[in-house]
Design a protein around this ligand. Sequence first.
Ligand SMILES: NC(=O)c1ccc[n+]([C@@H]2O[C@H](COP(=O)([O-])OP(=O)(O)OC[C@H]3O[C@@H](n4cnc5c(N)ncnc54)[C@H](OP(=O)(O)O)[C@@H]3O)[C@@H](O)[C@H]2O)c1
Length: 278
Amino acid sequence: MIIVTGAAGQLGSDVCRILKEKNIPHRGIDKNDVDITSEKEVKAFFDYTDFDVLIHCAAYTAVDKAEEEKELCCAINAKGTENLAKICGEKNSAIIYISTDYVFSGEGEKPFEADDKKAPLSVYGKSKYEGERAVMRLCEKYFIVRTSWVFGEQDRNFIATMLRLSQTKNEINVVCDQIGSPTYSADLALLLTEMAQTEKYGVYHGTNEGYCSWYELAKKVFDYKKISVKVNPVTSEEYITPAKRPKNSRLSKKTLTDAGFSLLPPWENAVERYLDQK
Ligand SMILES: NC(=O)c1ccc[n+]([C@@H]2O[C@H](COP(=O)([O-])OP(=O)(O)OC[C@H]3O[C@@H](n4cnc5c(N)ncnc54)[C@H](OP(=O)(O)O)[C@@H]3O)[C@@H](O)[C@H]2O)c1
């Protein structure tokens, strides 16, 4: 039996869909079922729920707003994760915790290895790293899977924003000096459901293959959809946001391939499949 948190979110909904397609017993839960920030609610729910694996997709994901809502962000990503990790530890169940490229500093140009030094630049990145530490401290059977630049069917993502903006603007400024890997939640969800059926615990990076800048991603979207809009490349210094973001978000897949898991398809292919549905 697999429990999925954040079941109403981008990634969690895809994980539940795939588990259903594979006929794997599961239950998706979201804020209406259990508020993960409440230790009491978490305990009450799991007192009556046994499970083998928890796929923890619930999170506070508003990266810029987190700079103002530090307490709420930490309550969900750090304390909420700790509450769940405690239960998994006590029940000796496995946890798959979804983390982020934002735990790294973004310095240099080399892909970050799974065990490289963490130096988050933002409140969100710090809160997710606290979540990682809680999982490592409280659970024996854990997978930590860091992903990046997620897009899925729910249209709460960069690609959907670009499509929306193109309806009212002829010109869009997009950051060209942050490099990372766009990741289709449907592809990542497939990897997570595969992991859940193994005991290959560890720290992994799970993203679509290849790297690009946000500018290149926007260009790809408009080229593929044949939308005529001028995209201007701008630097992070020219495009100020409340949260600082890493310039180098390249993530190495060494631990993933060493453990025998398949790499996800190239990001261009993932973007095309996503856009084909629009
Ligand atoms: N999106 C990205 O680009 C990205 C990049 C790197 C890593 N990640 C990580 O990937 C995972 C999945 O992200 P996503 O894009 O699927 O996020 P999402 O769409 O924002 O979904 C997160 C879900 O968690 C729920 N949630 C929030 N607070 C909760 C609480 N207190 N108790 C229970 N549930 C709560 C949300 O419900 P409400 O909507 O009702 O608040 C939402 O359904 C997260 O761990 C995230 O940190 C995401």
